[in-house]
Design a protein around this ligand. Structure first.
Ligand code: MRU
Length: 337
């Protein structure tokens, strides 16, 4: 696999005394970088979605703790504010728990910096491995539909679902790629299409509401998505709209794959009903591209994740292996207690 050919964006960059983030609110129109010099700045960048995607926010948070340690700030305060930045993606809590364990063992600032780097490096390696595991499930000549952005922008690099798609395209297994625009924040339209165009991978954007019609046409054989939290029974929280894609996929005989690193698996959460779903500002729905399009006085409900029950999932792909038709027993066998 020619990784340089297919994976060239690095949105989270450690610079020794600050964290550089590619501001994902402005893409693709503008490639502007933010410099975070303390844990509060990293927390704000996560809240504002300047950095987003489950693995990427975990990695950024780890660097936020490293910054607090460098500045001899309160590590407890840094851990607490970063943990509260967003509720759904468990990678955030997972990365902070790793940093916390190092702190409890008496780590100095340099050791914490090494731990953050390890979290970032391991994510890239996991994504590359998942890419080949997931691609192997796809028959040559297939069409795929993805949702949200799960690529290099959302991770340390290569991506989860988008990593599977990159590997599948490189191997000639994937002949057609469709990306849903992902209202309201348009991660699919703004970010996934940006990555695919940069890679030279032919892809077509669809309105979210075109997904069932696309599946009925026979053009896609797999829906491939990432995850923000996978519960112990395989129920999967991911970007709002994922659940309806899984229902439509089942109806049309299209297979449904979740690709995520093991840092997204939360064996302490029994099932999807216990996953907190982030509610964001209704203003995100009432406007398009920052311009209000809905009549003044109108209200909106803006949950930004939903839960796909495990019985709608054909395969969960992590760097530890593939679980087909996930059950709690299969999850426990792969991920332990
Ligand atoms: O709100 P976002 O953009 O952080 O949501 C991102 C997603 O839902 C992704 O699908 C998920 O984090 C997987 S990213 C590899």
């Amino acid at each position: 696999m020619d990784y340089d050919r297919y994976d060239r964006v690095r949105a989270v960059q450690w610079r020794g005394d600050h964290l550089r983030l590619l501001d994902q609110r402005l893409l693709p129109q503008e490639e502007r970088w933010i410099e975070c010099r303390d844990a509060s700045a990293v927390t704000q960048a996560i809240k504002d979605l300047a950095v987003r995607g489950a693995p990427a926010i975990g990695i950024a948070a780890a660097w936020g703790v490293a910054l607090a340690a460098q500045q001899c700030g309160s590590l407890d305060a840094a851990l607490a504010q970063l943990r509260a930045a967003r509720p759904t993606a468990v990678n955030l809590m997972w990365a902070l728990d790793r940093m916390k364990a190092r702190i409890a063992a008496g780590a100095d600032a340099q050791t914490l910096e090494r731990e953050a780097q390890a979290i970032q490096d391991e994510d890239l390696a996991a994504n590359r491995h998942m890419g080949s595991l997931g691609a192997a499930l796809i028959a040559p000549g297939s069409g795929v539909l993805t949702h949200c952005n799960t690529g290099s922008l959302a991770t340390a690099g290569f991506g989860t679902a988008l990593g599977v798609i990159r590997a599948g395209v490189a191997q000639g297994r994937i002949a057609r790629v469709f990306a849903g625009e992902t209202r309201p924040w348009q991660q699919g339209a703004r970010l996934t299409m940006y990555e695919l165009v940069r890679d030279g991978i032919p892809a077509q954007l669809i309105a979210d509401s075109a997904a069932s019609h696309l599946m009925k046409s026979g053009a896609v054989q797999w829906v491939i998505v990432g995850a923000d939290r996978i519960a112990a029974n395989g129920d999967t929280a991911n970007k709002i709209g994922t659940y309806q894609l899984a229902i439509a996929a089942k109806h049309h005989g299209v297979k449904f794959m979740v690709a995520a690193p093991s840092s997204t698996v939360d064996m302490a959460t029994a099932s999807g009903e216990h996953i907190e779903i982030e509610l964001r500002d209704p203003a995100e729905l009432l406007a398009v591209g920052g311009r209000r399009v809905v009549v003044e006085g109108a209200e909106a409900w803006n949950p930004v994740f939903d839960v796909t029950p495990s019985d709608l999932i054909d395969a969960i792909v992590t760097e530890r292996g593939v679980i087909e038709r996930p059950t709690e027993a299969a999850m426990r066998a792969m991920f332990g207690a």
